[in-house]
Design a protein. Structure first.
Lengths: 133, 334
């Protein structure tokens, strides 16, 4: 296994740049879902009547499904990036471009898992508390 | 009581620890305990506590059992697969399931704590260091003003509107319901539904200055008919007899009415607690002293001695007899 990327330095750089962005994507989706849910609830409860709560909860449900879908897709992609080509190797300790690439996939997967759980926990109050009180 | 034969077989440590445990358990009872609930919400919160406690005990036994197993019973190397499986299942899977179900349970009972009331509304204002209490029965245009005691009808849900006059306080009545902060410039709500008639103790639960710990109150839960009778009496001013008494003359002479209101007289001060029915309350000075003539006399002469930082000045220039006449008269205002 050599340290040389098959397509050369510049392409490798572009690819890993995309990997780095993907790492942050799970938490970013979690954050967006959190802000949208809490801001919408605050506005509806403070400015509108409780009759609008049905719509708010349906909106949060839709946002949750969208967020979970995106994170699941991301997790699947990261899993592939991590597991690609190494059936029994679970660690990527070497300072090679392949190990770096797979490590970034591994990190993105773990962040996707925690973001998935975070989104569910954010949505749970809307599921159980059908009131502004 | 005769000792049962079985107790002599208890191991020595158990025999030594048991009395201590009993003493500690006895502290769980009493008028200010979330573990001896007298209200719907307190019952629910009590359940939450017991569920958490039982869960923690099970978890503690499980984890320590595992420790025991791998260090004493089966101290052999584990296969990598089993070890990693244990970490994923026990470190991610189990907490996820436990925390999610606890969160769902907690969230499902949360709205109940602020359910709208059945009609009676109380407006409680935290002051340094006492409680201004106003009762607004359904349809009332003006409140029945009282202080330092909260009375609630049994079997009905009452709405409490919580205000603060100066700094942040927290209204905590664990025997009946939970705890809610009182924040200057904000109106917070809590609702309470007592299930049995009795006397409970509440306490300010947010540090609010020098005498924070001395800012308590008594809560009395009453059958609805008794409550209605009490509220009607509380709405009245002082009686004609009380107005003619010598105590009233001293009250006026000393200028008490500048800070304290006595409905039915010219005393309309709003700095301190309304004293129209002060003798009918269970405690004096927000849960600090018993409601007796002696305690009232002590309080009037040296309030600072019982509540450091209190705004009320001491009236220690009054002579003993006058002081006692005033105190006895106040104690008689039921």
């Amino acid at each position: 296994m050599s340290d040389e990327h098959p397509a050369g330095g510049e392409e490798e750089f572009r690819e890993e740049e995309a990997s780095l962005v993907r790492i942050t994507l799970g938490p970013v989706v979690w954050m967006a879902h959190f802000i949208v849910s809490y801001a919408a609830t605050a506005v509806v409860c403070a400015k509108l009547s409780t009759d609008e709560l049905v719509w708010l909860r349906m909106g949060i449900a839709a946002a949750t499904l969208l967020a979970l879908g995106t994170i699941a897709w991301l997790g699947r992609r990261s899993w592939r990036q991590w597991r690609h080509g190494n059936e029994d190797i679970w660690e990527d300790p070497a300072a090679t471009s392949e190990d770096r690439h797979q490590f970034l996939g591994h990190a993105a997967l773990l962040l996707a898992v925690i973001s998935f759980i975070g989104v569910i926990y954010t949505a749970l109050p809307a599921l159980f508390a059908a009131t502004c009180r | 009581m005769q000792r049962r034969a079985g107790t002599t077989t208890l191991a020595a440590p158990v025999r030594r620890v048991a009395p201590l445990a009993l003493i500690l358990l006895a502290a769980c009872d009493g008028p200010q305990s979330a573990l001896s609930p007298g209200g719907e919400d307190a019952i629910q919160l009590g359940w939450l506590f017991w569920v958490m406690l039982a869960g923690s005990v099970v978890l503690w036994l499980f984890i320590n059992g595992l420790f025991f197993l791998v260090t004493r019973r089966h101290p052999h190397p584990m296969s990598r697969k089993l070890a990693e499986g244990t970490i994923v299942a026990g470190g991610i899977g189990l907490p996820l399931v436990v925390l999610t179900s606890l969160l769902a349970y907690g969230l499902s009972i949360m709205p109940h704590q602020r359910e709208p009331g059945d009609g009676l509304r109380l407006r409680v204002t935290g002051e340094e260091w006492w409680w201004r209490v106003e009762y607004w029965p359904e349809g009332a245009t003006e409140p029945v003003v009282s202080a330092n005691e909260v009375r609630l009808p049994v079997g009905q849900r009452s709405d409490l509107e919580l205000h603060a006059a100066d700094v942040i306080h927290s209204f905590w009545l664990p025997g009946i319901a939970g705890k809610t902060d009182m924040i200057p410039g904000r109106v917070n709500h809590i609702s309470m539904e007592p299930v049995e008639a009795g006397t409970f103790r509440g306490q300010c639960a947010e540090f609010c200055g020098l005498s924070h710990a001395l800012m308590a109150f008594q809560a009395v839960t009453m059958e609805p008919a008794d409550f209605d009778g009490w509220l009607a009496a509380e709405a009245e001013g002082i009686s004609e007899n009380a107005r003619q008494a010598e105590g009233h003359a001293i009250f006026q002479e000393q200028g008490c009415g500048a800070c304290h209101a006595l409905r039915g007289t010219e005393a309309r001060g709003e700095v301190g607690p309304d004293l129209t029915h002060v003798g009918g309350r269970g405690t004096l000075a927000a849960g600090v002293l018993p409601m007796t003539a002696e305690a009232l006399a002590d309080w009037i002469a040296h309030p600072e001695a019982f509540k450091p930082g209190v705004e009320m000045p001491g009236y220690n220039h009054m002579d003993e007899a006058e002081l006692l006449t005033l105190a006895t008269w106040l104690e008689g205002l039921k």
